[in-house]
Write a protein that binds this ligand. Structure first.
Ligand SMILES: [Zn+2]
Length: 404
C-alpha cells in the first residue's frame, strides 16, 4: 500500500513524502514512490502522523456497556486517529486480579480494532483499602490506577508504589483530596503535593492524570528541578480550551472531574503544554448515556467523550496557531506516552510497525452529532468547527478507519 502525496513532520517542518507499507511494516519513506500494481491511497496535502496514543480512556466494558463497549470505543478511537489507547479500570468486575483482568482482556482480544492496553486497579475493587494483586499482574499490564476513585489513604498508596517500583509499572493518579470541595483548586494540588513526596520517597514512576491547576504544574516543575525525573503528567483537550468563566458551562456536557476551572488555570494548563511541564495530552474519554447527562447539572455524572475530537482540537487551537511546534504536537500525542508508559515502540520511520493516522489539515469541518462513533454523545464540542480531523487510520498495516 502506498500513501501518496502526504506530508510528514521532519525536524519541525512539514515535508512532502510518500510512504510504502508492506505487510505490517513501514517499508519506505521517499519523495516519490511508484510501484506498478501496488494499491495507492491518495492523501494529498494531508498530515501523515504516527497513530495517536491516548493513555486515559473509559471504554466501560465489562460492566457498563450501555455507555460504551470495547468495540464502539475502539472504533471511536480509530476514527479519532488513535491507534493505541489505555483503558481505565473503573469497570465491573474491576481488573484487580488475574481472573478479573482476563474478562476485560478476552473482550479486547475479540473486539478491539486498535491496540488496547488495560490498566489494572491500584486497590482491590478500587475501594482504596487494600492494594490489588499487582505482583501477579505485572506482565499483563503497563500501568496501575484507581482513576475516578482517588486513593486518599497514603499508607495503601505507598504499598501500591512499592509494588509498582518492584514491577517497573507506572502508577497513575487522579489526584483529588476528598475532604476538599473538588471545585477548589486545592483539592487537586494538595493531593499532588502529598503524592509527589511519597513518590520521591519510594522512587517509582508516577504519572498525574488530567491536571488542571496552576499550583499542580508548579509542584511538578519544582519536583523536576529537584532532580526527580520519574514524574509525569497529562492534560486534557477540555481543560486546555474550556473554563468556567464567560458562561461557558451550558449543561452537563461541561461537567467532568476535575471540573472546568478559572481562566487563569486554563492559561496555566496551556503554559504547561507549551513549556513541557505537561508530557502528554490524554482525553479522559468518559461516555455516559444521554438520559444520565440530561439530569440536572448537579445530578449528572462526571465526564465527556473526547477521543474523536482530540486531534482536531489540539491541531486547530495550538498547532495551527503556532502556540506549540509540530515536534511538540508529535510528542504529546504520540511519542511521549509511549516513552513514559514504556509501551511497544512505534515510530513513523522505516522498519517500524505501520500505526498511522492521516489528518486533513487543509479543510475546516464541523463536528456533528450524527458522525459520532462512540455509543454516547456527551460532548461539549458538537457544532464546533476544526481543522485536522482524521481521515484514515492504519493499525499494524491494516486500514481500520477511512472517512467517507
Ligand atoms: Zn480521573
Amino acid at each position: 500500500m502506498i500513501l501518496k502525496g502526504g506530508k510528514i513532520i521532519l525536524n519541525n517542518s512539514l515535508i512532502n513524502k510518500d510512504l510504502l507499507i508492506k505487510n505490517d511494516i513501514i517499508e519506505k519513506i521517499d519523495d516519490h514512490i511508484e510501484i506498478p500494481g501496488e494499491e495507492v491511497i491518495d492523501v494529498k496535502n494531508m498530515l501523515v502522523m504516527p497513530g495517536g496514543v491516548d493513555v486515559h480512556v473509559h471504554f466501560r466494558e465489562p460492566g457498563y456497556t450501555y455507555k460504551e463497549t470495547i468495540k464502539s470505543g475502539s472504533e471511536a478511537a480509530a476514527k479519532g486517529g488513535f491507534t493505541t489507547v489505555m483503558t481505565m479500570p473503573n469497570l465491573n468486575p474491576v481488573p484487580d486480579s488475574i481472573e478479573n483482568l482476563k474478562i476485560e482482556q478476552d473482550i479486547i482480544d475479540r473486539d478491539a480494532c486498535v491496540h488496547i492496553y488495560p490498566y489494572i486497579a491500584s486497590t482491590k475493587g478500587q475501594k482504596g483499602l487494600e492494594k490489588a494483586d499487582i505482583i501477579s499482574l505485572k506482565d499483563k499490564t503497563y500501568a496501575i490506577s484507581d482513576d475516578g476513585m482517588p486513593v486518599n489513604n497514603l499508607k495503601v498508596l505507598k504499598e501500591v508504589m512499592v509494588d509498582a517500583k518492584k514491577c517497573d509499572l507506572i502508577v497513575c493518579s487522579h489526584a483529588e483530596t476528598l475532604t476538599i470541595d473538588k471545585n477548589d483548586p486545592k483539592s487537586e494540588s494538595e493531593a499532588v503535593k502529598a503524592e509527589i513526596e511519597l513518590a520521591k520517597e519510594i522512587g517509582c514512576r508516577y504519572h498525574f492524570c488530567h491536571l488542571s491547576t496552576k499550583e499542580s504544574y508548579d509542584l511538578i516543575r519544582k519536583a523536576r528541578k529537584e532532580g526527580y525525573k520519574n514524574i509525569s503528567c497529562e492534560v486534557s483537550p477540555h481543560h486546555l480550551t474550556l473554563c468556567k468563566e464567560y458562561m461557558m458551562i451550558k449543561d452537563a456536557n461541561y461537567k467532568m472531574n476535575p471540573p472546568l476551572r478559572s481562566k487563569a488555570d486554563m492559561e496555566a494548563t496551556i503554559e504547561a503544554l507549551v513549556d513541557g511541564t505537561a508530557d502528554v495530552v490524554a482525553t479522559d474519554h468518559a461516555p455516559h448515556a444521554p438520559y444520565e447527562k440530561k439530569r440536572t447539572y448537579e445530578m449528572a455524572p462526571n465526564g465527556i467523550i473526547g477521543i474523536e475530537t482530540a486531534f482536531p482540537i489540539i491541531y486547530t487551537k495550538f498547532v495551527k496557531t503556532n502556540i506549540i511546534t509540530l515536534d511538540r504536537f508529535l510528542d504529546v500525542m504520540c511519542y511521549n506516552p509511549i516513552k513514559i508508559f514504556k509501551l511497544p515502540e512505534r515510530k513513523l520511520e522505516v522498519g517500524y510497525k505501520a500505526d498511522i493516522c492521516v489528518l486533513d489539515i487543509e479543510h475546516e469541518k464541523e463536528y456533528k452529532e450524527d458522525e459520532i462513533k462512540s455509543l454516547s454523545i456527551n460532548s461539549p464540542f458538537i457544532g464546533n468547527k476544526y481543522y485536522g480531523f482524521n481521515t484514515l487510520t492504519i493499525v499494524d498495516g491494516k486500514i481500520v478507519y477511512k472517512r467517507g
